[in-house]
Design a protein around this ligand. Structure first.
Ligand code: RIB
Ligand code: CA
Length: 314
């Protein structure tokens, strides 16, 4: 192993797919495992997509099947309207034949077995992480840092609702538990990912490369625009930014903040409540990503995906 060991918990998901590609293309990180969670689409599809994406990008790591829905009695959310019925914007990957294993035990065992401190990058609802903290708190405390794509701030609070970002909205109780647990967290919220807009014009090397990765990325961007969520052909790179922070933390500036997540509000369920007061009511429990070096992020994405495209081929 040469890079920082990371585990990705994900609900692929078109931007999750880009994040997994970026991780596979970056020598700074070693993907120990991928755990699929229900979120954008159901667990059957997110876990199949995770395995198929791992095959595509050449990741030999184990694939875990995580939680099939949120904690408690809450109904599972879906973002099929954004990610398409199959979770990949309708793009059909060859189905994977690799065996998948129970996600929570995989998450625990990878953390416990690692000889290096592990970073867990969460790019879906936080159900699996909350369950880890409840069922194996010692393993959760062994994690060096959670890099969490989720939440937002008052200037960019929500996308699933006016107040809440999708990953926190899909399981507010899990998100609240994760932020209350105490392990270091970097929160990559909508206030940051909103800056990380990427369109075809920002990926010249990848477009020139023209292989299977380039084709999938082109499809994802076009479908996102077709679904009405693009911004003039560009896409907010929510999940790829979280992975990029694991690759190079200097891509974002951060500020220590106390974050809690509303888990009971009629209008605000899933809202990230970030305390910006000079004298906060509680000590900071997260490093909030504030500004993004967007040109450097775009260059990283273009160069890494183009290199991956060359490796994967046509
Ligand atoms: O709000 C953006 C997040 O919700 C991303 O992780 C996207 O994949 C969806 O899961
Ligand atoms: Ca996601």
């Amino acid at each position: 192993m040469t890079g920082r060991p990371i585990i990705i918990d994900t609900d692929p998901g078109v931007d999750d797919a880009l994040a997994i590609m970026l991780a596979a293309a970056s020598p700074e990180v070693d993907v120990l495992g991928i755990i699929a969670v229900a979120g954008n689409v159901g667990l059957d599809k997110t876990s199949a997509n995770a395995a198929a994406l791992a095959d595509l990008v050449g990741l030999a790591c184990p694939i875990g099947v995580g939680a099939s829905g949120p904690l408690g009695a809450r109904e599972a959310e879906s973002a099929e309207h954004v990610h398409g019925g199959n979770g990949l914007g309708g793009y059909v990957l060859p189905p994977s034949s690799r065996a998948k294993v129970p996600g929570l035990s995989l998450l625990s065992s990878l953390i416990e077995a690692s000889t290096e401190p592990v970073t867990v990058v969460t790019i879906g609802p936080l159900t699996d992480i909350a369950l880890l903290m409840a069922e194996n708190p010692a393993a959760a405390r062994q994690v060096e840092r959670f890099i969490v794509m989720g939440g937002g701030t008052l200037d960019v609070p929500g996308n699933a609702t006016p107040a809440a970002e999708f990953n926190f909205y899909a399981d507010p109780e899990a998100a609240a538990r994760v932020f209350a647990f105490g392990t270091p967290i970097t929160m990559v919220g909508l206030n940051a990912t909103h800056q990380a807009l990427v369109g075809p014009e920002h990926l010249p090397r990848l477009r020139q490369s023209g292989g299977r990765i380039a084709h999938l990325v082109e499809h994802i961007l076009a479908d996102y625009e077709r679904a009405g969520y693009g911004m003039g052909g560009a896409m907010e790179m929510h999940d790829p930014l979280a992975v990029a922070v694991a690759i190079d933390p200097t891509l974002v500036s951060t500020a220590p903040r106390h974050v809690d997540v509303e888990d009971a509000g009629r209008l605000t369920a899933g809202m990230a409540v970030v305390d910006h007061r000079y004298r906060p009511g509680s000590p900071p429990n997260a490093d909030l990503a504030v500004t993004v070096d967007v040109p450097r992020f775009r260059t990283m994405l273009d160069e890494r995906l183009a290199d991956l495209d060359t490796r994967v081929g046509r």
